[in-house]
Design a protein around this ligand. Structure first.
Ligand code: C2E
Ligand code: MG
Ligand code: MG
Length: 776
């Protein structure tokens, strides 16, 4: 009871209240106390009337006093109720709510305590049965009203029951009437029973509130779960449909409806699969066969409880991947992926990974795979095969001079010409740039030769591209497996070596690999490595060979010829190391050095003696570089530009490159002269002589060698000399070794000559000034 009383005074422990209710719940509870002033008014009137009636009946002043006290308490309570109801309490804090709670119960408790006391006085101080009955009955009635009204606050009910009934019970027990005493004791039972009832009512109330809360929470959780599930289903990229065990639709998402074009009416739960299938067939989304197959898979999945996938090609051109998986209670889940784009992308990636974009031929990656396969087959079945390495001659020039568009078109056309020359099972691939490779399965030496020759012939005719006519030939290197190599890498290397030989043999031809080539290739590789070192260490030298004026026998020019003394191999001729330098890219630096060194050396010679420097066509690939190098060499050496001649070969001119022509003009503008070297060995187009501004033409030594015996040589020398005279050019005949050759070429009209007869190439140190300009 003490605890309950304490609860009354402090309005209940906030902890307890908080355990039972949260703040909104507490506010609701308190507002319910103030909710019906109607119940306070009759209770208040009854409360005032009880002591008043006792006063009327007994005439005792104490009752009038108690009447006034009750009236004041009732008035104060009414004021509290009115004040409470006038305000808004939605945002009341816990402390505010507790204050209202406390005020209400303070009023109620004072009310019940005063009435309880009034009843006690009526029973003990008067003998008036009317006062007794009025007091006891109104006390019991008011107490009962409290139980019913305040079941939500059992502790307060207990306190009020006690304050109402305990004075009454004591009053009854003190009376000398056994019935009164019986009722007095009974009052205690009444209090206890009512406390118990209130507690149980309270528990039920709590349980009910909990259950309501829980079911509300459950409902809201379910609702939000449904919303989430709905959103998740509909935002899935894949279509999803679930059928129950009797193949009636349980659920399907928006993508599923869209993918199959199913109307909303057929997407309702309970729709049989057969109805949907009928619709799909009628609308020609899928064929009856596809429906049958899908149903078969469905049945299989239901039976085996194992998921299965099928591809469905719709009539609208889409590719659907349908996965059917077992679901709960014998149902099935149907997941549909629109794989149209994915498959197309996969195919594109596969195509890009394996095939060359430009020509559509297999690419290097695919070729490597197929080569590995060919070796596997060779191991398993012993089937031999050939590898052909095809490289286009002169393609680089086409690309550089006519642009990449034309270059690309040449490659496309080449691919189609080569394709036309091979058999069905042969694999033609583009290896990169202008290199193609071909695997010829089970081909004999003669078949390989035939096919390779067919390809060379196919390339023989001109490429007609818009207004441009382009000639591109092919060189082919061939290696056979297992004869030439046992691994893909070796076979490729050997075919490449054979290709190199075919190129060296004058291009536009085919060459089979043989082991001697491998040694040579190895040699070349070693030479390249050593040449790089020689360049770095500046161990190259220039030798000089005189070119003489046949009339005066005086040296007019000296030709700079590069020399390389290899530490172990001895003197290596430029005919060997220059092509290697050209292929390895070393030629640019070597060429720069030769120009600068030759100018520097020539500056020490008599003014009338010039110097000739050989220039590789590859040096023209960097037009600005060669112009700058020459300028720099002339300035640094202080050599008059008219003393410098640059020797170029026809191969530079066939490219017909505008940039080359511009470089020639720029250099000529400096005062530098040009000589056409080795005339008669290449295309020997006389047209070049008139087209390009040469100061000099050098007839190749092969003509002077047989000038006596060969009428053709004679005729050519004579014709060139005549043309040169008309174009104001000098003619130098190379390779004069004998006096009779000298006389012969002089008679044919040559002005100048070069050869061992006049002097061999010698190091600078051997050219002494006292030798003067005259030769023997
Ligand atoms: P080339 O420019 O035609 O040089 C003439 C070649 O004929 C030289 O060979 C020379 O030694 C050789 N020769 C001269 N007179 C006679 C003779 O009476 N009889 C015989 N049998 N040969 C004679 P070399 O020095 O071996 O040079 C070969 C080629 O190497 C040169 O031919 C030139 O094309 C190239 N070359 C040499 N030095 C350089 C260079 O610095 N740069 C470039 N790019 N090429 C060079
Ligand atoms: Mg030369
Ligand atoms: Mg020459």
């Amino acid at each position: 009871m003490a605890g309950a009383l304490k609860g009354l005074t402090d309005g209940g422990r906030p902890g307890e209240i908080r355990e039972e209710f949260d703040l909104p719940g507490y506010r609701l509870l308190v507002s319910s106390l103030f909710s019906s002033p109607g119940s306070i008014i009759p209770g208040g009137i009854a409360g005032i009337l009880t002591p008043y009636l006792c006063w009327l009946s007994s005439g005792m002043t104490i009752f009038m006093t108690l009447t006034i006290v009750v009236a004041v308490v009732v008035a104060l309570r009414m004021m509290t109720v009115v004040t409470y109801r006038r305000r808004e309490h939605a945002d009341d804090s816990f402390a505010e709510t507790r204050r209202w709670d406390r005020e209400y119960f303070l009023g109620a408790t004072v009310f019940s305590a005063v009435l309880g006391y009034s009843c006690y006085v009526a029973l003990t101080q008067t003998d008036d049965p009317a006062a007794h009955i009025t007091s006891v009955s109104s006390t019991i009635a008011l107490a009962s009203g409290y139980v019913a009204r305040n079941a939500g606050r059992p502790k307060f009910v207990a306190v009020q029951l006690l304050t109402f009934c305990v004075p009454m019970a004591f009053g009854l027990i003190q009376a000398h009437n056994v019935y009164y005493q019986y009722i007095g004791y009974f009052a205690f039972l009444y209090v206890l029973a009512n406390i118990a009832i209130t507690n149980s009512l309270h528990r039920n109330l709590l349980a009910l509130s909990d259950a309501t809360k829980q079911s509300k929470a459950l409902a809201s959780a379910l609702h939000s779960q449904n919303l989430t599930l709905d959103a998740a289903l509909n935002t899935m990229i894949h279509g999803l449909a679930m059928y129950d065990s009797s193949l009636k639709l349980a659920v399907c998402n928006a993508p599923h409806r869209t993918l199959y074009g199913i109307p909303d009416t057929l997407a309702l739960p309970g729709t049989p699969l057969t109805a949907i299938a009928r619709f799909l067939i009628e609308r020609q989304v899928i064929s009856p066969d596809q429906v049958r197959e899908t149903r078969r898979v469905l049945a299989e999945v239901q039976q085996s409880q194992q998921a299965a996938s099928r591809e469905l090609q719709t009539r609208g051109g889409r590719l659907l991947v349908v996965t059917i998986a077992p679901a709960a209670e014998g149902g099935v889940l149907m997941l549909t992926e629109d794989a149209t784009e994915r498959k197309a992308t996969e195919a594109r990636i596969e195509q890009m990974a394996r095939f060359d974009e430009l020509t559509g031929l297999a690419n290097r990656f695919e070729f490597n795979n197929r080569l590995a396969e060919a070796f596997d087959r060779l191991e398993r079945t012993g089937e031999p095969f050939a590898l052909l390495y095809i490289d286009l001659d002169g393609f680089k020039q086409v690309n550089d001079s006519l642009g990449h568009d034309i270059g690309d078109r040449v490659l496309v056309e080449t691919a189609s010409r080569l394709r036309g020359a091979i058999r069905g099972g042969d694999l033609l691939a583009r290896f990169g740039g202008d290199e193609f490779v071909l695997i010829l399965p089970s081909a004999s030496h003669s078949v390989v030769t035939t096919i390779a020759q067919r390809m060379i012939d196919a390339m023989g005719s001109a490429f007609q591209l818009d207004t441009k006519t382009v000639y591109v030939t092919a060189s082919v290197g061939i290696a056979m497996a297992p004869h030439d190599a046992a691994t893909p890498a070796d076979l490729l290397r050997h075919a490449d070596t054979a290709l190199y030989k075919a190129k060296a043999a004058g291009r536009n031809t085919l060459t089979f690999f043989n082991p001697a080539m491998a040694e040579e290739a190895l040699d070349r590789h070693e030479i390249e490595v050593d040449l790089r070192i020689a360049c770095d260490e500046r161990s190259l030298e220039l030798y000089y060979q005189p070119i003489i004026d046949l009339k005066t026998q005086e040296i007019v020019t000296r030709e700079a010829l590069m020399r390389w003394r290899h530490p172990t191999r001895g003197m290596i001729p430029p005919g060997v190391f220059i092509p290697i330098a050209e292929q390895s890219g070393l030629i640019a630096a070597m060429g720069d050095w030769a120009i600068k060194q030759a100018c520097k050396d020539a500056a020490t010679w008599p003014n009338e003696v010039g110097v000739s420097v050989n220039i590789s066509p590859l040096q023209f690939r960097e037009p600005r570089r060669i112009v700058e190098t020459v300028k720099d060499a002339l300035i640094t050496s202080n050599l008059g530009s008219h003393r410098l001649t640059l020797e170029v070969t026809e191969s530079l001119l066939i490219e017909d490159n505008k940039a080359t022509l511009a470089v020639i003009h720029d250099l000529r503008a400096l005062g530098v002269k040009f000589a056409l070297d080795d005339f008669g060995t290449g295309y020997s187009s006389l047209a070049y002589l008139s087209t390009y501004p040469f100061a000099q033409v050098k007839i190749d030594q092969s003509f002077s060698r047989d000038v006596h015996a060969n009428e053709a040589s004679k005729a050519i020398i004579e014709a060139v000399c005549q043309l040169a005279r008309r174009l104001s050019m000098n003619v130098v005949v190379e390779g004069i070794e004998t006096e009779s050759q000298r006389i012969a070429v002089q008679l044919l009209g040559a002005h100048r000559a070069q050869g061992y007869l006049f002097g061999r190439p010698e190091p600078l140190s051997s050219i002494t000034s006292d030798k003067g300009r005259h030769v023997a």
